[in-house]
Design a protein around this ligand. Sequence first.
Ligand SMILES: NC(=O)c1ccc[n+]([C@@H]2O[C@H](COP(=O)([O-])OP(=O)(O)OC[C@H]3O[C@@H](n4cnc5c(N)ncnc54)[C@H](OP(=O)(O)O)[C@@H]3O)[C@@H](O)[C@H]2O)c1
Length: 347
Amino acid sequence: MAAVIDTVKSTIAENFGGPSHSVASKEHQFSLEEVPDVSGKIAVITGGTAGIGYACVHTLLSHGISKVFIISSNQSSFDEAHKSISQDLGEELAKKITFFECDMGNWSNVAKTAKKIADQTDRIDILINDAARGIMTYQLTEYGVDRHMAVNHFGHVILTSHLLPIFKATAKNGNTVRLVGLGSNAHQGTPSDCKFASLDELNQDLGPNGQYGRSKLAVMLYHRYLARHLSSSHPNILSNSVHPGFVDTKMSTQDIHEPYPIAGYAMSAGMQPFKKSQWQGAVSAMYCATKTQATGQYVCPPAIPEAGNELAQDEKLGEALMELTVKIVKEKTKEESVEKGCPFSLY
Ligand SMILES: NC(=O)c1ccc[n+]([C@@H]2O[C@H](COP(=O)([O-])OP(=O)(O)OC[C@H]3O[C@@H](n4cnc5c(N)ncnc54)[C@H](OP(=O)(O)O)[C@@H]3O)[C@@H](O)[C@H]2O)c1
């Protein structure tokens, strides 16, 4: 009976808003106020202009971060974020942000953006892979790849790979480097026969929930893959993924109406009183970006490590995903990248 009550309490804390975090057990408590001093550190945050990513940027600036690089696809969303940070925290802190406009589904631009970041810093302590296409309809990118996987998984693998030498240099200098991927409990919506075996499999239309869920599964498998292959040789590079909860952001209030114009109101308006604020939604990411000493975990709010479903724990599936990832990126970017000597190293 006690175990059932604990599970119910964790489910409430992990997913819902209001005072839900207080019901989590004592050892899994964490709050934004507990974020340690991060002065001297440098962060890269995709999707840092809105929602959970914005709350991460704001929190890191408030706790002394030296520099934050933000990537998002839209200059106007950054202009709004910058204005809001300036008003809230002052011009001096806002000056610590450098913005790059880049669609994470445009892999060639992702590589160029990573190089621009590398030109500006030889240290990165925190990477938050946050930007994503939410529960939306099936689309293909210009590379002929499912847009959910292209943005949520592939683009972030390319970014992370290009920044690897900086992570390693930062770690070599005695710092802990924390890589964080925004997963989701929606990974449970992935069909159980998912194999990550071919591009044809990725390009099947699974419907908005399946499409999104599978891309979030990929984020979780990728960050566990990094923990297996990168943390093993570089113990002070930690790689974890998180679930932020059910959070009140553009994704859950506006984007959801793209696939479900009417039924989407159940999520955008009906669930509104039960959602976490963007600040509560940032708690698990901030825990993994600034505090955890673990690697390979999937952390739910406030700081509860969970296993994820069977697919998320399947190491062989993670290996298959990354084998396919390298194959597809190499094929699709052959002329612009691989043939020009890009090794596309994963760890
Ligand atoms: N909200 C939830 O309930 C929930 C639940 C589970 C997991 N998550 C995950 O949490 C993360 C953040 O979601 P959120 O709710 O905070 O969403 P959000 O408020 O819609 O913010 C998304 C951010 O990503 C950027 N972005 C979107 N598409 C992009 C692209 N193709 N290339 C580059 N940047 C892009 C957006 O900026 P631009 O518009 O400028 O591109 C924005 O900064 C996502 O990974 C999501 O899957 C959210």
